[in-house]
Design a protein. Structure first.
Length: 231
């Protein structure tokens, strides 16, 4: 017999399954009373609560919210092994990026190094060309990039292979003389080197030639800046 998941309450009951309301609510980081209100249709979840319940229930946010999922061919069935259409990205301390390079391990996979996790649309990441990248989020600790990047901004970064031959232009986190720096890196074919540019004019720019004595390493590329619009 075809299952009826026509209401949010019914879909929520499905993902709870044989679990107790108390156990499910704890896994979601919500109160048991909040879950009861959703089931009784006395209130509706916020987007953040919806994301957490979908993650615990191992279903897509689209299906849990609406009963439909554009990624599923048969919306009458709920495959519980379907991946969510959201992606979590770990936030790590800026200084921990040194360990990623020096230790050459998947430092971000260690839970003790993750400050928190951010949730993003898989579709947005795909359209931004980031879906297959190893991503992290860091808070910018200082300002050498003027209005481009401000102290306290949150940056989505992609961990980069240290291959300078693939670097032509962009904003990168680099390791120079054992210090993590944020620079706009631009390749100069005439000088056969790389301009390390600060958007903030009070800082000096530098040219480092490929055959020079001052090497630098690419740690990550800054892909997007999440700025506080209230600033």
């Amino acid at each position: 017999m075809k299952q009826n998941y026509s209401t949010f309450a019914k879909r929520l009951k499905y993902i709870i399954g044989d679990d107790s309301l108390l156990s499910f609510s704890k896994k979601c980081g919500l109160s048991e009373s909040a879950i009861r209100k959703y089931i009784r249709e006395e209130s509706e979840p916020t987007l953040q609560n919806l994301l957490m319940m979908a993650d615990v229930g191992n279903v897509s946010v689209a299906w849990l919210a609406t009963g439909n999922d554009p990624f599923l061919s048969n919306t009458n069935l709920l495959p519980k092994d379907t991946k969510n259409i959201v992606v979590t990205i770990p936030e790590v301390h800026f200084d921990s990026l040194v360990d990623v390079y020096k230790q050459e391990i998947d430092h971000l996979a260690k839970k003790e190094n993750i400050l928190t996790e951010w949730v993003f649309s898989r579709d947005w990441l795909s359209r931004s060309g980031l879906i297959d990248s190893e991503l992290a989020i860091v808070q910018i600790p200082y300002n050498n990039m003027a209005n481009t990047i401000k102290t306290g901004d949150m940056a989505i970064i992609s961990l980069a292979e240290n291959d300078l031959n693939r670097i032509f232009s962009g904003i990168y986190i680099i390791l120079l003389n054992d210090k993590l720096l944020i620079k706009r890196v631009q390749y100069d074919p005439v000088e056969n080197g790389y301009h390390l540019i600060n958007d903030n004019p009070i800082y000096k720019n530098h040219l480092i030639k490929q055959d020079g004595a001052v090497p630098f390493n690419i740690i990550a590329k800054i892909e997007h800046i999440l700025t506080n619009v209230a600033d």
